[in-house]
Design a protein around this ligand. Structure first.
Ligand code: TRP
Length: 382
């Protein structure tokens, strides 16, 4: 839970207030991604990534060690995941896009955990049918980004528990109730499924090592709210004979409304991957900006992109070219462009992105099984 002196809260289940990311790094005990670390990554990837360049991926644990090992020829695996509690929005795609890039550039295997059990434990309004339906639905969004089955394994916790259980019991014996209470703020009224979930979310970090009987480094790309899980996981990893998982963490994708992150519970703040062009346009046109109350004022004084949600979208995904971004920022600050016009630029960009995404989503509809972690059962029989 957040500390009293901060007016923001970041936990895996709640993100609130205006987040001071420097303070968050301090609170969580992670480290900032330095220019030197970026350069070390680029030495391998041979190209830059806008999410790193703009410091949207900004925090890490042990990224330097992962690169040391990689340079020595000890390749890592990737692990990330999704709690299928609703439809996917654009914000969810950001860490997955980055994961895809890392997978491609480092030529490595991805374990992707769909925590249908977690969402069932934590969200009383969801039925088992709901979380199953969202698991399938969210998987389409993941696969639409272009993952290949050869090196991608999607773990559905409920369906694939046989693959996870042995490691989960090893983990669960080492983690105490007082640790998870302190880490996640649980109390006596928390259901025991939620408590148990801390063990389940640790498992994929060790899965590759366990299956192949070879201690293998693992790095977890994710939004920084998941860090509490990795603290618990890292705490017990070495006791079980595994490496501590590293992680590389991003900030939250802002919503289209004032402040706050993109959130499914605020439908006007979120652009869902299945939204129609008309809905996208409506949401963008209603978005919060840093504009002035009157046109004359804005022409004279300019607007403020620092607080503008439209500008944040340019920054996050829609204007990867730094020159374009600098140009629109200048026009905004100088009053040369009004917010309505600026939204008319973003809306078609988003619509085009979604049109492509939705087409790709259709194409993977019959291919979901090809990615199933159930294939790992064969590895275990070998
Ligand atoms: N708990 C995450 C969520 O609610 C899902 C998840 C499981 C995850 N394992 C992960 C996210 C690893 C990032 C990395 O969305």
């Amino acid at each position: 839970m957040g500390e009293d002196k901060d007016d923001f809260v970041v936990t895996p289940w709640k993100v609130e207030g205006i987040i001071d990311y420097d303070r968050l790094i301090e609170q969580f005990g992670t480290e900032r991604i330095t220019e030197e670390l970026k350069d070390r990554m680029y030495k391998v990837t041979k190209e830059k990534h806008v999410l790193l360049e703009r410091n949207l991926f900004f925090s890490h644990r042990d990224l330097g060690w992962i690169l040391d090992e990689f340079e020595k020829g000890n390749k890592f695996v990737l692990y990330t995941g999704r709690g299928p509690s609703g439809k996917t929005h654009i914000g969810h795609l950001v860490p997955w896009i980055f994961t895809k890039w890392m997978q491609e550039k480092f030529d490595t295997t991805l374990y992707f955990q769909m925590t249908n059990d977690e969402k069932y434990f934590f969200e009383p309004h969801l039925s088992l049918d709901d979380v199953r339906k969202y698991t399938y639905d969210n998987t389409l969004d993941l696969l639409a980004l272009g993952f290949e089955p050869e090196n991608t394994y999607i773990i559905q916790d409920i369906e694939h528990i046989d693959l996870l259980y042995e490691i989960a019991v090893e983990v669960a014996r080492k983690v105490t109730f007082s640790t998870v209470k302190a880490t996640f703020g649980f109390d006596n009224s928390t259901n025991i499924g939620s408590i148990w979930h801390s063990a389940i979310q640790a498992v994929p970090a060790f899965l590759h090592s366990w299956i192949y009987g070879k201690k293998t480094p693992c790095i977890i790309p994710c939004a920084i709210d998941q860090d509490p899980f990795w603290r618990v996981t890292r705490d017990i990893a070495e006791k079980l004979g595994y490496y501590k998982p590293a992680s590389i963490q991003c900030s939250f994708v802002p919503g289209l409304k004032e402040g706050g992150k993109m959130s499914s519970s605020e439908p006007m703040s979120a652009v869902f991957t299945t939204d129609t062009p008309k809905m996208v346009k409506k949401k963008v046109m209603a978005a919060f900006t840093g504009g002035r109350t009157t046109v004359e004022e804005q022409r004279k004084l300019g607007a403020n992109p620092d607080i503008c949600s439209v500008f944040k979208y340019y920054n996050f995904i829609f204007m990867p070219d730094d020159k374009d971004l600098a140009d629109i920022e200048k026009r905004c600050r100088s009053g040369d462009i009004l917010c309505g016009e600026c939204k008319q630029i973003l809306a078609p960009m988003m619509m085009e992105f979604l049109e492509k995404h939705q087409a790709a989503r259709e194409e993977v509809k019959d291919r979901v099984d090809e990615f199933s972690a159930a294939r790992l059962r064969d590895e275990l029989r070998r």
